[in-house]
Design a protein around this ligand. Structure first.
Ligand code: CTP
Length: 418
């Protein structure tokens, strides 16, 4: 074999809602058509098989070749394709779809869809498919506000069972500001994932902590740890997809806020403690994925410490932070009830034994343990390998992306909610 030997392709993640899904992305003729490129890229990255169908006007904004490259499939631009009609292309595309996303859905395209027309590839596939329809409108503010558009959207929802994502509010290409802007591609993907997920957490309120805490030394320095927040953020997104109302209490991370989740940003352990006091009680579960610093500088300086003042061999006196999970466990015992408590245990050895000890010490119901010394698990990587430990025993959950592992953790959590 040479250096050019073929590399096995990473399998699409088999455990997330969009993996393996056949998705039709119908691109309408609006300036936001360029954002559909990012949408197709994100869907493909999530493991979906994407077929792009374009209106004639959409092709004036973005070339079919771009979508062909992004989706890895032929793009359907005509209702009648002389080379393809032996198997009636639009019916084949419609039949195999698990979901059809219309993005951007212009006022004109919404009107044609609502009228049940089938005069081009997009409307014909939409009329022929039995897959759910997700519409992402994009148009001028006044077109969106027009009662005719509102009536057309209502008809798509009521008669065709369509789902709508957006439009967002903001500065539009037509120079107006207001609603009419295509939902962000990540928001459309989240809406699609939600449509593809059984809502087994509907009506549940789940609080999740994520990320590290930064314990201030002075206004510019802190003590911290290597947690990226990825596992907690993945849990928040997965719980949202499954229908839960999610509050994410996040320490400092570089991650974007997950779509559809209430995010409370905090810096240090004590701020996380206050946020938990505000949100933890009254919910169904608290999942403590945050890597909370166990110690903080005894007194944070209110001015930047100067090198000359610090001296050559400085020491930082530390004070212990409260154990937030143990605090919740003790408070729940005092109250005689409260949310399901799920802890995490980051270990480098003797994983299950330490997890079991944490279960007892912190008074929680479940500990999700991981070996942070493994190269494909724990801090800052995109995959994880965890063991769910409760009073009854320990179960290793399937290895996978943090998104997939988040769903497997929720599979364990969901049936325990009263
Ligand atoms: N935790 C907490 N408050 C802290 C430290 C940790 O609530 N001050 C929570 C974490 O969010 C996690 C669990 O406790 O859910 C276990 O965290 P971990 O760092 O593995 O354990 P520690 O209790 O800090 O024990 P050790 O560092 O000795 O392993």
């Amino acid at each position: 074999m040479t250096d050019h030997a073929r590399q096995p392709k990473l399998a699409a993640d088999p455990a997330t809602p969009l993996a393996g899904a056949e998705i039709v992305v119908a691109v309408g003729g609006g300036i936001a058509a360029y954002k559909a490129c990012e949408l197709v890229r994100l869907l493909t990255k999530a493991g979906a098989q994407v077929t792009v169908v374009m209106t004639r006007r959409a092709q004036k904004f973005v070339g079919a070749l771009t979508f062909q490259a992004l989706s890895g499939r032929a793009v359907m631009t005509e209702l009648i394709d002389p080379g393809q009609e032996h198997d009636i292309g639009h019916i084949r595309v419609a039949d195999r779809a698990d979901l059809m996303i219309v993005a951007p859905a212009t006022a004109n395209l919404i009107a044609r869809l609502a009228a049940g027309m089938a005069d081009d590839a997009v409307t014909a596939v939409a009329l022929a498919t039995r897959a759910p329809l997700l519409i992402a409108p994009s148009m001028n503010v006044n077109m969106w506000a027009n009662p005719l558009t509102a009536a057309n959207v209502r008809r798509l929802i009521d008669v065709a069972g369509a789902h709508v994502v957006g439009p967002g509010d903001g500065f539009l290409a037509c120079r107006w500001t207001g609603p009419g802007r295509l939902a962000e591609p990540a928001d459309i993907v989240a809406a699609a994932a939600r449509l593809r997920t059984a809502p087994d957490l509907a009506g549940r309120r789940i609080v999740i902590t994520a990320g590290p805490t930064h314990e201030p030394i002075d206004p510019v320095r802190y003590l911290g740890n290597r947690s990226s927040g990825k596992m907690g953020y993945a849990l928040a997104a997965a719980a949202m997809q499954r229908g839960a109302a999610v509050t994410l209490i996040a320490g400092p991370t570089a991650l974007p806020d997950p779509v559809g989740v209430d995010v409370v940003h905090v810096e240090d352990a004590r701020a996380m403690e206050r946020a938990l006091a505000d949100h933890a009680w009254g919910g169904d579960a608290v999942i403590m994925a945050a890597a909370i610093a166990d110690f903080r500088p005894l007194a944070a300086a209110d001015k930047k410490l100067k090198r000359t003042e610090i001296g050559l061999a400085p020491t930082i006196a530390l004070d212990a932070n409260p154990d937030l999970l143990a605090g919740l466990g003790a408070e729940r015992a005092r109250r005689g009830g409260g949310p399901l408590l799920v802890g995490f245990a980051a270990e480098t050895h003797d994983v299950v034994n330490y997890a079991r000890a944490k279960l007892a010490a912190k008074g929680c119901d479940l500990v999700i343990a991981n070996d942070v010394s493994a190269p494909d698990a724990g801090f800052a990587v995109d995959t994880n390998r965890v063991i769910a430990v409760d009073a009854g025993g320990a179960v290793e959950l399937p290895f996978g992306s943090k998104a997939a592992v988040a769903h497997r953790i929720l599979d364990v959590v969901a049936p325990r909610l009263r």
